[in-house]
Design a protein around this ligand. Sequence first.
Ligand SMILES: [Zn+2]
Ligand SMILES: [Zn+2]
Length: 248
Amino acid sequence: MSQSSVSKSRSGTSPGHRVLEYLGIAAFFLLAALIGAEIYRGVPGTAYLLALPLLAVAAYLVADLLSGFVHFLLDNFGSAKTPVFGPNFIKPFRDHHTDPTGIVRHDFVDTNGNNSLVSVPFMLVVWLAVPVSTTVWGFLFGTFFLLLAGAVFLTNQFHKWAHMDEPPAWVARLQDWGVILSKRHHDIHHESPYDTYYCITVGVWNPLLDRTRFFERAERLLRRTVPGTDPRLRVEREGSLNERSTPG
Ligand SMILES: [Zn+2]
Ligand SMILES: [Zn+2]
């Protein structure tokens, strides 16, 4: 209803951040079009188009892994008071554990603004520095990168759909086929203490990362080595460990 209002963010971020999110989404689409045009101009030969499905699968898998790692960092390190990233990047993730269905009420800008904002600097570098239209490696990397950026953009939309009781029928079908993150799969992350199944594009890495206790080891390593992080495990989850014991 108030989707057009710049000042109203349903994710609870500040009006200033809301403006940034609008700009981030606009810049994302502009840079995607510019990189896309470079790719189009640079196709080295039709045979190279056969690489597209392979690059798409690779980009999708990398996006899923990236989503897990970024989600892991935002869930476990820093707090809502952390400078710059705290109020608008970390807080929404922490709030999401106490109000898991809040994301369903997020509009397009709330849902996709942050992922656009984090992608834009990388897209700018690729557009400025990678010879996409003049070299074969540039073409292949540029294509992979654009597909990756697209998957990153879609990730929080998939995450939002995974929280809907009744997503659109075609979305539910994609979830059932395991093409995008499903509710059943993502619900595992929403069980206290929220320390596994962080990947939220499709979640294909989650069973492997869970079995190998990858994030538990990564957390321990980071807390031991990064100055300023609390060496104790997961003490900064703002009470979520004690407050919630039932699935979100
Ligand atoms: Zn989480
Ligand atoms: Zn969630």
